[in-house]
Write a protein that binds this ligand. Structure first.
Ligand code: GLU
Ligand code: MG
Length: 437
């Protein structure tokens, strides 16, 4: 049959859904300069197929402006159309940034961090997901057999990532039935977010070609296991020197990293509105599931809201490996907004020169008494999406982390989605979100 290659210009919307418009690839050169038209109200699409009340209505126009560095062209060589897309900024039609563009919000946050402090944040998003083509059985966790029995998915997926220019650091069978995890090496904030979008799309693209699906939903069953997004981050100079680690300070946390972490912990309940924004997020964020339900910094602790990660091998490499992991996050969020909010909160801590939080070691905040938690400034993170949105609105500083228009649009969008799910049972929540994500 005759075929004409297609390319799509896309962006990750407020729900992290990747949407955009396509054109014949032979027009790419022209389109790279001109972008493609987009509609402001599309930002108010919810993940569930509705449109939240839009401040723009039928009015106005935007441009999806591609970033050439994000180009993906992956031909699976199975006769199916290649995956061909670019990630874009949303701009006004004259090319100036749109104040509701999530990707631009991240760029501005990273730029402000650099300008004010000289710090560059590096990050990587660790993704867990469930593959429908896995032949699972009880006791499969981390099993060699689990990889064998999920067939070619893993190898095709990794080849697709490599074809898109993404290196894979690890790929593993996780704890849950059919659950796998993929990690990439850290990159500067914008590239890390672009990669988070591409990784998920190429996992979906791979599964699709094998007649299956993957889902990154935080829970696929109310009593099942969660799939998290663990956001690893570390601080660097512009010249590429690591500055999170200081061997002469407690737990190796440098003074500047300590201030950054203090800011993130201070705003963490509000940050959950960006990092874990949906009703199904809170079926995952429950105590004793290795997810992170407290605003604590935990030393090598997978129950902590933020974990100080271990370093492996020779100590001279410690500074370059040393990083922190924000665990109260999942894939129903937009990665650019997740990281923008974390950077903004960290920057607030740096501006104040906030003292380094005292890490918890070997103790779960859940077993401390209220007075001890209060003395350490540890709070229970929101236990519902509504509470997370309330926490954002109650935190004046966090409400100003993004532009006023973007914050308003975000809150309206999320509240509207939440309203749709209000009457859904946990089973229905899991089923519906597993389908979408
Ligand atoms: N699956 C867990 C989560 O929902 C994390 C398990 C792990 O530490 O890798 O975040
Ligand atoms: Mg994991």
């Amino acid at each position: 049959m005759i075929r004409e290659p297609l390319t799509l210009f896309c962006y990750a919307d407020l729900s992290g859904q990747v949407r955009g418009k396509g054109f014949p690839t032979r027009l790419l050169d022209k389109r790279l300069k001109a972008g493609i038209g987009w509609t402001p109200t599309n930002l108010m699409f919810t993940a569930l197929g509705t449109i939240a009340s839009s401040p723009w209505g039928p009015h106005g126009d935007l441009t999806l402006m591609p970033d050439p560095a994000t180009r993906v062209e992956v031909d699976f060589e199975d006769g199916s159309p290649a995956e061909r897309f670019f990630l874009c900024d949303l701009t006004e039609t004259d090319g100036t940034p749109w104040d509701c563009c999530p990707r631009t919000a991240l760029k501005i946050a990273a730029k402000d961090l650099l300008r004010e402090t000289g710090i560059v944040l590096r990050a990587t998003f660790e993704h867990e997901f469930v593959y429908s083509g896995a032949e699972t059985r009880a006791g499969d966790m981390y099993g060699l057999g689990a990889v064998r029995r999920h067939g070619v998915f893993g190898e095709v997926f990794i080849a697709a990532l490599q074809a898109a220019g993404l290196d894979v650091e690890s790929y593993l069978p996780e704890f849950g039935p059919g659950q796998f995890e993929v990690t990439l090496p850290p990159a500067e904030a914008l590239a890390a977010c672009d990669q988070a979008v591409t990784v998920k799309e190429l996992a979906r693209a791979t599964a699709h070609r094998l007649g299956h699906r993957v889902t990154f939903a935080p829970r696929v069953a109310p009593d099942g296991l969660g799939s998290g997004v663990h956001i690893h981050f570390s601080l660097w100079t512009e010249a590429g020197e690591p500055i999170s680690f200081d061997p002469d300070r407690p737990f190796g946390v440098s003074e500047r990293a300590g201030s950054f972490l203090a800011g993130v912990l201070r705003h963490m309940p509000a940050l959950c509105a960006f990092t874990a924004p949906t009703a199904v997020s809170y079926l995952r964020l429950v105590p004793n599931t290795w997810t992170g339900v407290w605003s604590n910094l935990g030393y090598h602790d997978r129950e902590a809201g933020i974990r100080i990660c271990p370093v492996f091998g020779a100590s001279r490499k410690a500074a370059r490996q040393f990083n922190f992991e924000f665990r109260a996050a999942d894939a129903t969020a937009n990665p650019y907004l997740q990281l923008a909010a974390i950077i903004r909160a960290g920057l607030a801590g740096l501006r104040d020169g906030a003292p380094t939080p005292e890490p918890t070691t070997g103790i779960d905040p859940g077993v401390m008494d209220e007075a001890e938690r209060a003395a350490r400034g540890i709070r229970r993170l929101p236990s519902s999406a509504g509470a997370a949105l309330d926490a954002l609105e109650a935190d004046a500083a966090a409400s100003a982390f993004l532009s006023p228009a973007l914050t308003q649009a975000y809150l309206a969008n999320k509240r509207s989605e939440l309203e749709l799910t209000r009457a859904w049972s946990p089973e229905e929540l899991c089923a519906r979100y597993a389908e979408v994500y």
